[in-house]
Design a protein around this ligand. Structure first.
Ligand code: ADP
Ligand code: MG
Length: 219
């Protein structure tokens, strides 16, 4: 059973993202230890933990407000390369969403494209450079070909997972992993994996009322 992609969904998306990032914290640390400095899982868990704390403090007034709050937390709490990149992504996503009360398929695709474009503007990575762009870009393309909002999210999450898997044989050309050269091949990119977790969380949030901040929780 799908729900509207409204403010309550946006809150569930952020809470579900925090849950799955925490669940995969060690995995993200291990992936980043292999081709980076091992901080990605801890950084992301800290950032999404701060988002949940803020949600507990004050319910967001709109989808855009929820995404903007997330952007501020990610920018100030995550650090490393990923903090500013995810912060920019969520900030651009918030601007794309604007005052919309609930998102349709076109708006979901536009939101994801804005996020991806923000990451590219900030980090200058291209497809195939073995970064989070390798998950975001196919997600954007797939969302643009899908139908309604839920279909767009589902297609985006599937494509992001495939994109993250496809980073394994690649040699990194951007970020810390690029210092390893050929030795970066054979490992998944941690940022592409965290991206696929966050986009899958958006789907889970659309399929369930679980994790909603307020009352009314049945399915
Ligand atoms: P750091 O590399 O500073 O330790 P993190 O470990 O938190 O930062 O994040 C690493 C992730 O950031 C990489 O797995 C990659 O997906 C992403 N990343 C790094 N540089 C770029 C870039 N220029 N463009 C896009 N993504 C990047
Ligand atoms: Mg790192």
């Amino acid at each position: 059973m799908m729900t509207d992609l409204d403010t309550a969904w946006a809150e569930r998306w952020l809470r579900e993202s925090a849950r799955v990032i925490a669940l995969h914290r060690e995995e993200l640390i291990e992936l980043d230890r292999a081709i980076g400095d091992g901080d990605h899982g801890e950084n992301m868990d800290r950032g999404f933990g701060a988002i949940v704390a803020q949600l507990d403090e004050e319910a967001p007034a709109s989808v855009g407000a929820a995404l903007k709050m997330a952007a501020m937390m990610l920018m100030s709490k995550v650090g490393g390369a990923a903090g500013p990149l995810y912060g920019t992504a969520f900030l651009r996503a918030a601007t794309s969403v604007g005052e919309a009360e609930a998102l349709n398929g076109t708006e979901v695709a536009a939101m994801l494209a804005a996020a991806r474009d923000g990451i590219v503007a900030r980090g200058r990575a291209e497809l195939g450079d073995k970064t989070m762009v390798d998950a975001w870009s196919p997600a954007v393309d797939a969302a643009g070909r899908a139908g309604d909002g839920e279909a767009a999210l589902g297609a985006a999450a599937d494509a992001a997972e495939a994109g993250a898997e496809a980073t394994k044989p690649l040699v990194a050309r951007k970020g810390r992993a690029s210092y390893l050269g050929q030795r970066s091949a054979g490992h998944l990119d941690p940022g592409a994996v965290s991206t696929s977790l966050i986009l899958r969380a958006a789907v889970t949030a659309a399929m369930s009322e679980i994790g909603a901040g307020g009352a009314g929780g049945g399915r």
